[in-house]
Structure formats: structure tokens, C-alpha cells
Design a protein around this ligand. Structure first.
Ligand code: CA
Length: 227
């Protein structure tokens, strides 16, 4: 799993980092909310460990921005110092998926992260994706845009599925490449040409291009594809 730790206590962050990395996960860490939010929005993670009490932007505000503004639905496991109902409610209200009270067992953190990831992955791969009049059914591999069936090569379909999973979010080119082609080395032309095929097919079907190039970064699907 790719895990992001957002925690300002260096000892706790180091413990989590070392444990998860030793267990084979790929780990990134941020010591404040602003840096953490930036990482969570610009890179793809399977789970986020989020401290509730952070300097500057707190965990609750970060989680809310992640969900409501960046439209990122990466599972969030909230970490808090106190076991109060108020803290717990604050976490869930702002979009956290689960909650752990310090001190916690490292194995418990990993188990919760794996459970959240499994639940999230199941939800993502089996559900019908709809962004306004664009829809993708992963079970039948049927793509429809503005009422018209769109025929797409498998890699283009996978690109669309990824972006439809988080409409409005900017996906970096590297992230899309590693999701579609894994770590096998690809030239940037491979992604560009697949993106071209995808956008042309969608534009032909729906009369407009719902994908936007974010210069110097990557691509995003308009969350208001109808606009
Ligand atoms: Ca803290």
C-alpha cells in the first residue's frame, strides 16, 4: 500500500514510518497540515494516517478540504490523543473513515489501514461510476457519454475509470503512467497518445471534451462535466 502519514510529533511519525516501511509499504510523511494536504491531493495514496491535532491547519479541517474541495476519497484513519466522543464525532463529521486513540499498537494501525483499503478498493472497482452524463460500468465495461455508447481500447478505459473515481482531482502524468503501465518504463508519448484517443472518442460521442489538461502537471476530469 502507499501510505501518507500526517503527524507533527516526530517520535510518533518515525515509529509509524519505520514500522509500515518494514512491513513493505511505501510511505510518505508530512509534519504539518498544509504539506500533508498538498501531498494528499497531488499524489495517489491507498490510505492516510491523519493526526487530529496539527499546528496550523488541523486534521479535521484538512479532512474536510480533502473531501469537499479536492474531491479526494482516499481512506483516512484519524489519530487522536484523547478518547472523547467530541473528537470522534469531529473526525467522522469531517470525512474520516476510521479513528484510533493514542497510544495505539502499530499492528492495529496496519490492520485498520488494510481493512479501509480493501473496503475502498471493492467499492471503487464494482460500482457504477457516474459524472453527470458520463457513465462507466466496470462490470459490463460500458462507457456512455451524453446518451451515446463510447467504444474505447482497454488502457483508455482504465484511464477514464481512474479519473472518474475522483472527478475534479488533478492526476499527475507520472501517477497515471504508474497506475496503467506499472513501473515498466514508458515514454511520456504513451500516455499522451492514449489520452488523445480517449478525448477524441469522448468528444465525438458527447460533443465536448470533459477532460482538462493541467499544464505542467497532468489531467483532470471536470467534476461538472455537464458545464
Ligand atoms: Ca499532534
Amino acid at each position: 500500500m502507499r501510505v501518507l502519514i500526517i503527524e507533527d510529533d516526530p517520535a510518533i511519525a518515525a515509529n509509524l514510518y519505520d514500522f509500515l516501511e518494514a512491513r513493505g509499504h511505501s510511505v510518505d510523511a508530512a509534519a504539518d497540515g498544509v504539506t500533508g494536504l498538498h501531498l494528499a491531493v497531488t499524489q495517489r495514496f491507498d490510505g492516510i494516517l491523519l493526526d487530529l491535532g496539527l499546528p496550523g491547519m488541523g486534521g479535521a479541517a484538512l479532512c474536510r478540504k480533502l473531501r469537499d474541495e479536492a474531491h479526494v476519497d482516499t481512506p483516512v484513519l484519524m489519530l487522536t490523543a484523547r478518547d472523547t466522543l467530541e473528537d470522534k464525532l469531529k473526525g467522522f463529521e469531517h470525512g474520516a473513515d476510521d479513528y484510533l486513540v493514542k497510544p495505539f499498537a502499530l499492528k492495529e494501525v496496519e490492520a485498520r489501514l488494510l481493512a479501509l483499503h480493501k473496503r475502498h478498493a471493492g467499492k471503487v472497482t464494482s460500482r457504477l461510476l457516474e459524472v453527470n452524463d458520463l457513465s462507466f460500468d466496470p462490470k459490463t465495461l460500458s462507457v456512455r457519454f451524453a446518451g451515446t455508447e463510447v467504444r474505447l481500447p482497454p488502457k483508455c478505459m482504465r484511464l477514464l475509470e481512474l479519473m472518474m473515481g475522483e472527478p475534479g482531482r488533478v492526476f499527475s502524468r507520472r501517477e497515471l503512467e504508474s497506475e496503467i503501465w506499472g513501473d515498466t518504463q514508458k515514454t511520456s508519448d504513451t500516455l499522451r497518445s492514449h489520452m488523445h484517443v480517449l478525448r477524441r472518442a469522448l468528444t465525438q460521442a458527447g460533443g465536448r471534451d470533459p477532460i482538462e489538461t493541467v499544464h505542467g502537471i497532468g489531467y483532470r476530469l471536470h467534476s461538472n462535466a455537464g458545464a
